[in-house]
Design a protein around this ligand. Structure first.
Ligand code: SF4
Length: 452
């Protein structure tokens, strides 16, 4: 297979090149000082590419200054412009950035305009040695694709393929493709479908892997590790981002661990004893001895997650030693519950979808998300989203039953599925409003919790 190598600034993606670790600023790009400082910190922490929200021409201008200041400070980390909705902005951003991320689902109003604007974008990118990420997301596919294939892994694959074909037609090969979803099953199915297509085309473009809106803490780390490991152990994936609703600096050690664990891009875990009695579930027996808890959860999620997600095993019994002492039973049991939920095998608590926040977020997402989790922890079987903005949030919370979506400064919209039920709710009343909507719906049987 012809493996296409893509360059963005000083970083090379694809083929046998190492897996690239990337992240995204959560500062408003127009706040040049804050974004510059965050880029400095992220770069020093090990980010090999940094993406910044670039929603308009003012952000393109700010991005230019941030890049110049970084280069003056001796930081060569490539910058990627994250563009949604405005193809002219993508074309302008290509004059400045090392890579431009576009979302086929919202690049332009209609397909003909999208095609023409994409052609213009590839011309600028060719001229400037700028790469393009075709960033398809479950939940923000274009209407035409949804009508034909549904909001499904197949639809995601077909959407990416359409843009890959256009890039080929325009003789532009510096593209990286992502097919992200917050549901690990949807995400892994989509990438596998596309990779199969690459095999039949005889050409593979670099793939950017990510579980979107993975949340925070142990759940976010385990969910990300399960999705990424399932693909990396198949040899699929060239660059990764772990999306956590936390300071983006905290994403880097998690992504670096996963990238180095799969540096040879194959399953490096010997499948342990899996025992099954009659029709009982197939249970893995595994032992770990790790220096700290964080290494344990990442390593075990990388090893066991793919087996769970691919239905090779149904459950796990674990012996765990951390720093020479046996881990507590309650910690092991919490990890097991998280692993089973991340692998979509057993749901013991609500499923949360929380975006990592970016320059479009106008509230303290991390604190609000923690509060929502605390107040909704009894809602097992529900899928609850906390999203930073109304621009992309509603589209990206594809699987959510209910959503808390930032609408502007101190204003929140409360969603049932994709429908806003309450708009412009003051932020200090928003969680109460979300809970009262859920309770009212349960009373009126408008909605029943679903699993899976
Ligand atoms: S949903 Fe979150 S991460 Fe996505 S654009 Fe909005 S604030 Fe940024």
């Amino acid at each position: 297979m012809n493996k296409i190598i893509v360059k963005a600034g000083n970083v090379t993606f694809g083929g046998d090149n190492p897996i690239v670790v990337q992240t995204m600023c959560n500062t408003p790009t127009q706040d040049i000082d804050a974004s510059f400082e965050q880029c400095m910190r992220l770069s020093k922490a090990g980010a090999q590419l940094i993406r910044l929200t670039t929603q308009g021409m003012k952000e393109v201008a700010a991005l230019k200054i941030i890049k110049e200041r970084l280069r003056d400070a001796g930081i060569e980390t490539p910058l990627s412009a994250d563009v949604h909705f405005t193809s002219d902005v993508a074309i302008a951003a290509a004059e400045v950035a090392d890579k431009v991320r576009i979302n086929p689902g919202n690049f332009a109003r209609d397909h003909e305009t999208a095609r023409e604007q994409f052609r213009r974008l590839t011309e600028v990118c060719r001229e400037r040695n700028c790469a393009i990420r075709i960033g398809v997301n479950h939940g923000s596919l274009g209407e035409r694709i949804i009508d034909k294939y549904g909001d499904s892994p197949l639809g995601m694959k077909e959407s990416a393929l359409e843009w890959i074909n256009m890039a080929q037609e325009f003789n532009f090969d510096q593209i990286i493709v992502s097919l992200k979803a917050s549901n690990t099953r949807v995400m892994t199915d989509a990438y596998r479908l596309l990779y199969k297509e690459f095999e039949s085309m005889g050409v593979a473009y670099p793939l950017h892997l990510g579980v979107t809106e993975a949340g925070n803490g142990e759940s976010g780390r385990i969910k990300s590790a399960v999705g990424l490991a399932t693909l990396l152990s198949d040899g699929i994936g060239d660059t990764i981002r772990v999306s956590l609703t936390e300071d983006p600096q905290k994403e880097i050690p998690v992504a670096s661990y996963i990238a180095s664990y799969f540096s040879d891009r194959k399953r490096n875990f010997i499948i342990p004893n899996i025992y099954r009695k009659g029709s009982d579930p197939a249970v893995i027996e595994a032992s770990y001895s790790e220096p700290d808890w964080q290494s344990f959860i990442l390593r075990a999620a990388c090893d066991l997650g793919p087996l769970m997600l691919d239905n090779i095993a149904d459950d796990v019994t674990l012996k765990v030693t951390i720093g020479g002492s046996a881990a507590k039973d309650e910690d092991i049991s919490r990890f097991r519950d998280e692993l089973l939920q991340a692998s979509r095998r057993k749901f013991t608590k609500p499923e949360y979808i929380a975006c990592p926040g970016c320059g479009r977020t106008l509230f303290d997402l991390e604190t609000v998300f923690e509060e929502v989790k605390k107040r909704t922890s009894h809602l097992k079987g529900y899928n609850i989203a906390v999203m930073g903005c109304v621009v992309n949030g509603p589209g990206e919370m594809a699987d959510a039953d209910y959503g808390y979506v930032g609408e502007g400064r101190n204003k929140v919209s409360i969603y049932r599925g994709k429908t806003p039920v309450y708009r412009s709710v003051p932020q200090d009343e928003a969680i109460d409003k979300l809970l009262s909507l859920i309770e009212e719906d349960a009373r009126n049987k408008v909605f029943r919790p679903r699993l899976g």
